[in-house]
Design a protein around this ligand. Sequence first.
Ligand code: E4P
Length: 218
Amino acid sequence: MKFFIDTANLAEIQEANDLGVLDGVTTNPSLMAKEGVTGKQNILDHYVKICNIVDGDVSAEVVSTDFAGMVKEGEELAALHKNIVVKVPMIKDGVKAIKYFSQKGIKTNCTLVFSSGQAILAAKAGATYVSPFVGRLDDVSTDGLALIEQMVQIYQNYDFETQILAASVRHVMHLVQCAEIGADVVTCPLNVITGLLKHPLTDIGLEKFLADYKKGNA
Ligand code: E4P
């Protein structure tokens, strides 16, 4: 299972990378804006900075919604660094653009996926990754994890090569359940990755081991 961090914050990306378990990064226009990264050149420069921290796939999202615009933007993004994955929304021209990029050998991440039908289309178009949004489905009283389960089954039925990248993963149990179901990748904020570390019995046990060592070596 691959771990991607879902942020454009360089310090957080560095911290997750230093942990030694990071496989890549996903960003979106909202995450870039949250870091105050605005203006085309600054955004492109920021992607390069991210690529220089992490040796893994980095999703960079197009903001055009027409085929020609997405192709132009995507080719520019892909030229920035070998690890850039062009993130394309699940809309009609997006599907065409994914097909185009896949024929050109450019990696893609089909984003804003909320149904298995959309996931089938993304795989048929040749997306490298497909991003179903678990948390946003949960937000509207729909079982996000059930979608991951259905997608895993469908992709297995046909040996689709597209990797299921569970996105909008908001807490540790989302991540653990995605692992149980068999998602290929999860993308989540830093606190979800570090949240995996936590168990009170670990803290209590370590405290006792260290106290006993101190007693015996006083
Ligand atoms: C990642 O690719 C998505 O953009 C992201 O996970 C969305 O997460 P959110 O629903 O918490 O904003």
